[in-house]
Write a protein that binds this ligand. Structure first.
Ligand code: SF4
Ligand code: SF4
Ligand code: SF4
Length: 278
């Protein structure tokens, strides 16, 4: 039996919100018994976009858009929180809130650690993404949001089938689950989640100007090296690091070599201005 899942390649997501609009277009004003009642026009985001902004330097802000939908968890807290079996997992892995049995079960909205269950005041019902189960049951190969994404950011398929697009992407990118600390065993995976980052800005002290094209090397304690060059503003950035200690070296012709230990923290570690001297 299939285990439907999604792999989200964040490196491709441009934050256009087409996926959210497609979800609205599919579900607002449309009931799909037995898997869903109509989604309200406002207040519900079965597909939401979380924007993570990180200030790398005064001239450089990095934004990661994270499409957030029901993670179709294998150990779903919403199932445990439901009365009368109102939330259940289908044999293909899709978690469904039964739109009849779940009437009045407001506690379900608070049960999801990912915050993707929305309370519908008008129909007295908790609601969420269904992975467009009604379409899959009708022979569609992918949900509306996946079909609509212009950037090819979303891959959908049977994660148990190694030949499916989603399973291949999962293998290629080594995508990971979001918030593993929730221990819910999601079936949505993300490639390119924000990781620790190290940045700084280099100046030529004698000229008091930004140092372009300086060779910057970051070496971890096992000897693995990464290199980059400063841009026109003297900025350098190393992304997708681990929170640990590295050795940073700076080299530019005509200037003294600099080397120092740096402790990279969980989010962004910015070293500020670094002056190269003759
Ligand atoms: S993400 Fe939330 S709503 Fe979806 S299955 Fe997991 S616990 Fe339930
Ligand atoms: S899978 Fe369907 S219900 Fe879920 S976010 Fe995408 S369009 Fe909306
Ligand atoms: S449609 Fe695709 S690119 Fe646009 S926000 Fe959604 S996932 Fe990102």
């Amino acid at each position: 039996m299939a285990r439907y899942g999604m792999v989200v390649n964040l490196d491709r997501c441009v934050g256009c919100y087409n996926c959210q609009i497609a979800c609205k277009d599919e579900h607002v004003g449309n009931d799909f018994p037995p898997v869903a009642k109509s989604q309200p026009t406002f207040g519900h985001f079965w597909m939401g976009i979380e924007e993570v902004e990180r200030v790398v330097s005064p001239s450089h802000i990095r934004v990661t858009y994270i499409p957030v939908l029901c993670q179709q968890c294998a150990d779903a807290p919403c199932i445990s929180a439901a009365k009368n079996g109102a939330v259940y997992r289908r044999s293909d892995g899709i978690v469904i809130i039964d739109p009849v049995k779940a009437v009045g079960q407001k506690q379900l909205a608070a049960s999801c650690p990912y915050g993707v269950i929305f309370w519908n005041e008008d129909s007295n019902l908790p609601q969420k993404c269904t992975f467009c189960a009604h379409l899959l049951d009708d022979g569609w190969k992918e949900p509306r949001c996946v079909q609509t994404c212009p950037a090819g950011c979303l891959s959908f398929g049977d994660l148990e089938d190694a030949s499916s697009a989603a399973a291949k992407l999962l293998e290629e990118t080594q995508a990971e689950t979001w918030h593993p600390e929730f221990k819910a065993k999601p079936n949505v995976y993300y490639a390119g989640l924000p990781k620790p980052m190290l940045s700084g800005r280099v100046l030529f002290a004698d000229k008091n100007e930004w140092a372009e094209n300086v060779n910057v090397t970051l070496t971890d304690q096992a000897g693995a090296k990464r290199e980059c060059r400063t841009d026109a503003f003297g900025d350098f950035v190393f992304d997708r690091l681990e929170a640990k200690t590295y050795t940073l070296s700076l080299e530019a012709p005509g200037y003294a070599h600099q080397s120092r230990e740096v402790a990279v923290k969980a989010d962004i570690s910015n070293l500020g201005d670094i002056k190269l001297r003759n």
